[in-house]
Design a protein around this ligand. Structure first.
Ligand code: KG4
Ligand code: ZN
Length: 356
């Protein structure tokens, strides 16, 4: 039989996304229109600026997604969109488009939970022999999320840990700003990662000793990255007005290492607590913009090897373009519902706040 083809919309934050995905796990197109440049000056996502940009960019993205997939819209079998959580006005741009299109074409509609979609992405992208096996853990680390999730099925997720304050991505952004790094092409977090690798100051003798930044709330399944941000802020404030480049590299490295240590500590705690409840975890998925950080990837691999040396736990990273916000994941998260005929009514409301 012919695979089921979904056209999906996502605009919960600052990316305008449209994708076409079918039930044979083929991503026929995946369009993401970024807005970084519009929000840099605000130091975060400015809602009304984001809404206007979504309104401007969505029609073009839909056209590109259909053309890229070489599909006529009449041959789409279902329409999916992000129902929440996210910025209300941003969500409404995709939701209105998806509902109207579904009504016009008389096609079924499914509203998707954004975080569930992130958590299910590896089921779309991992080669079949390495598919994560339920129950698995997902560490979602981005500008919008800092979550440790337990996925027990396509529809059942538990939040094991979330952040008490800021997200890890925002902490990287703020640390980069405190160190006076320019964003570069890949943004502030990646600029900080690159800065840590500075070759011209690699001689350890040149690097001042930095006090170790602590991992907050030891023994508790909760993240705090505001705490790490203020460690950097306090340290810089207490240092002499002119901080040398080598000194800044040392601070950046300590920040990045402390961020990695916190992720490792909470991940291991999540594994321990799961084991205590008789839940055996064989796979850990790491996703979100910060998952592109190679230092963090390496440290996570090390800590899983140390935690379970005899029975290796697989560590999976979706390809980068699907780690960050995208509509292919929304299409995929809707698929099992389309295939079982579990559709939403076109009057369905948005959920700007929506627990998983
Ligand atoms: O998932 P994402 O692209 O977007 C949203 O959060 O919506 O994540 C962006 C975040 C930003 O805070 C960015 O600075 C951070 O991920 N980031 C990184 C790296 N690449 C992106 N942080 C650390 N190291 C990186 N290589
Ligand atoms: Zn997201």
């Amino acid at each position: 039989t012919r695979p089921f083809t979904v056209l999906a919309f996502e605009s919960s934050a600052d990316d305008t996304c449209v994708a076409v995905v079918n039930s044979s796990r083929q991503i026929l197109s995946n369009i993401v229109v970024k807005q970084h440049n519009l929000h840099e000056g605000f130091g975060g996502i400015h809602p009304s600026v984001a809404i206007e940009a979504h309104q401007r960019n969505l029609p073009g993205a839909v056209r590109q997604a259909l053309d890229g997939a070489r599909i006529d819209v009449n041959n789409v079998d279902g329409i999916a969109f992000t129902r929440g959580p996210g910025i209300g006005g941003c969500l409404s741009v995709s939701s209105n488009a998806a509902k109207s299109l579904a009504a016009a074409l008389n096609k079924p509609l499914v509203g998707v939970h954004h975080m569930q979609a992130h958590a299910l992405t590896p089921l779309l992208t991992t080669p079949i022999p390495n598919l994560p096996r339920f129950p698995f853990l997902t560490l979602l680390i981005s500008g919008g999320h800092t979550l440790l999730l337990l996925a027990t099925s396509h529809t059942e997720f538990r939040i094991l840990a979330t952040t008490a304050d800021a997200s890890i991505g925002r902490a990287f952004d703020k640390a980069a700003r405190l160190l006076g790094l320019s964003w570069g092409k890949r943004g502030p977090g990646a600029a900080l990662e690159d800065f840590c690798r500075e070759d011209d100051v690699l001689d350890p003798a040149d690097l001042p000793q930095i006090p170790s930044f602590p991992v907050p709330m030891p023994g508790r399944l909760a993240f705090s990255f505001a705490c790490l941000h203020s460690s950097v802020e306090r340290y810089i404030a207490s240092s002499s007005p002119d901080i040398s480049r080598a000194h800044k590299v040392a601070i950046a490295r300590e920040f990045q290492d402390a961020a990695a240590r916190q992720l490792c500590a909470k991940l291991v705690l999540g594994l321990e607590k799961s084991a205590l409840r008789g839940i055996k975890i064989q796979d850990v998925v790491v996703s979100g913009g910060v998952a592109s950080n190679f230092y963090i990837r390496t440290r996570l691999r090390e800590c899983l090897d140390k935690y379970s040396p005899d029975e290796p736990i697989a560590l999976l990273f979706p390809p980068l373009e699907l780690c960050t916000d995208n509509a292919a994941m929304i299409a995929w998260a809707s698929m099992h519902r389309f295939l079982t005929g579990d559709h939403d009514d076109p009057t369905i409301d948005l959920r700007a706040k929506w627990s998983i």
